[in-house]
Design a protein around this ligand. Structure first.
Ligand SMILES: Cc1cc2nc3c(=O)[nH]c(=O)nc-3n(C[C@H](O)[C@H](O)[C@H](O)COP(=O)(O)OP(=O)(O)OC[C@H]3O[C@@H](n4cnc5c(N)ncnc54)[C@H](O)[C@@H]3O)c2cc1C
Length: 386
């Protein structure tokens, strides 16, 4: 089955490839080596309007569909880059777009679209709750004119590269709600205004990801900073999860394509025992297998994105795409690492950087075990396992 796109989508892909040619493998290698944020790349993406792709034209964005957004990120990663550096600027705004007040939309969305305001920090995960989001304990207590928030987040990525921080907290303790999903609320926090009430501490990681612990002490926010209704925050984030998962899946698909292309090229050129290593089935089969699975993931992603763009239910399709895309990208990463032999771990060949980046998506933004649990429960009607 051929994966086909419209002329407009092909134009997007070509434009991204052109932009990425200005940020080659050495650029990404240097950022990784210095653990530097790829600011020039993100600026170029912003200036070309790509990070405002999903914001409607009324608010200064391009009003493109989710599949278009997917193709943008896929092409970045296929070119050897790392779309995770800027993907959140594309979709974190969805909470405001879908659930914010008109005042919040007109105040923030045009500035997010033009890039003068960065909203790419999202605080959900907490150290003690982990994958169990409903067990988060960061709490916003009501005051006369707003709320005061205390607690701790972990793995808040791009905090230091954001002006705004979207924060999920409890406004009613877990043991006082009827349904566990009640009593969570979303706040849009201005990081500069928060001052010392927010303290972010970077977490050193194996990959260049700019992620942090965030300690929240007596953070005063106004009622205007609440997104939507108090207590309904969980349903708002669930709403944006499908988009996030498809965009991340697209980065995995792009990574997978990069690995397959790099591995098949190298396997055809590297001569050992008097012939290209790619002439051995032990070398070529894992690459071919990964290629097949990446293609399947791309088709499944396109199907899920079409449902999402048509406003139809697609939670199962999105979860299955997330699983297949991230697992097949990892399969391709392993095949590529093996094909390169010892050179796979030499930094100058770029395989080890992409391999580290590809591994993350099996765990974040949702661990693949939890994907399987949700497919088993909601897709197959099996008993709840968590
Ligand atoms: C680099 C990085 C960036 C991140 N960025 C952000 C961010 O910007 N904002 C944010 O809020 N979060 C972020 N995260 C958090 C990410 O979403 C979580 O790491 C992820 O959801 C898993 O949670 P955990 O690490 O606490 O693992 P845990 O929940 O402790 O799980 C550990 C392991 O146990 C397995 N497991 C747990 N429960 C079950 C079960 N019931 N059945 C089977 N297996 C189970 C999991 O699959 C996993 O493999 C980031 C994480 C990383 C590593």
């Amino acid at each position: 089955m051929a994966v086909t796109y419209t002329d407009a989508q092909e134009a997007i892909r070509e434009a991204i490839r052109r932009l990425c040619r200005g940020f080659g493998l050495d650029y990404w290698h240097n950022c990784d080596e210095c653990q530097a944020y790829p600011e020039d790349f993100v600026q170029a993406m912003t200036a070309s309007g790509w990070l405002g792709a999903l914001i409607p034209e009324t608010y200064g964005g391009s009003g493109l569909g989710v599949l278009d957004g997917c193709l943008i990120l896929q092409e970045i990663n296929r070119a050897g880059g790392n779309g995770a550096s800027c993907h959140a600027q594309m979709y974190t705004m969805a909470a405001i777009l879908n659930h914010g007040s008109e005042a919040q939309k007109s105040k923030y969305l045009p500035r997010i679209a033009e890039g003068s305001l960065r909203l790419q920090a999202f605080g959900v995960t907490e150290p003690d709750a982990g994958s169990n989001t409903l067990a988060i304990r960061t709490f916003a207590a009501r005051t006369a004119d707003g709320y005061v928030i205390n607690g701790q987040k972990i793995w808040t990525s791009r905090y230091f590269q954001s002006h705004l921080y979207l924060l999920l907290v409890r406004t009613t303790p877990l043991d006082e709600v009827t349904r566990k999903t009640d009593g969570l609320s979303l706040f849009l926090v201005d990081i500069a205004k928060a001052g010392d009430a927010l303290k972010a501490v970077p977490i050193p990681t194996m990959l260049n990801h700019h992620t942090n612990q965030v300690f929240i002490t007596d953070l005063h926010v106004s009622a205007d900073d609440l997104v939507g209704e108090e207590g309904r925050g969980f349903s708002y984030i669930v709403d944006s999860l499908n988009v996030e998962r498809l965009l991340v899946s697209s980065e995995s698909i792009g990574d997978g394509q990069w690995f397959v292309e790099a591995a098949s090229r190298y396997a055809s050129e590297r001569v050992v025992f008097g012939r290209p290593i790619g002439a051995n089935q032990g070398v070529q089969f894992p690459i071919a297998r990964a290629h097949i699975n990446i293609n399947a993931a791309e088709l499944m992603r396109n199907d899920a994105a079409a449902l999402l763009d048509a406003g139809k239910p697609c939670a199962q399709e999105t979860l299955m795409t997330k699983y297949l895309a991230t697992e097949s990208s990892w399969e391709a990463a392993e095949a590529c690492m093996t094909t390169f032999g010892g050179y796979g771990v030499a930094r100058e060949y770029h395989v080890e950087r992409k391999w580290k980046e590809a591994r993350l998506f099996r765990t974040a933004p949702i661990a693949n075990n939890l994907v399987l649990a949700q497919v088993a429960q909601h897709g197959l009607g099996m008993p709840r396992s968590y």
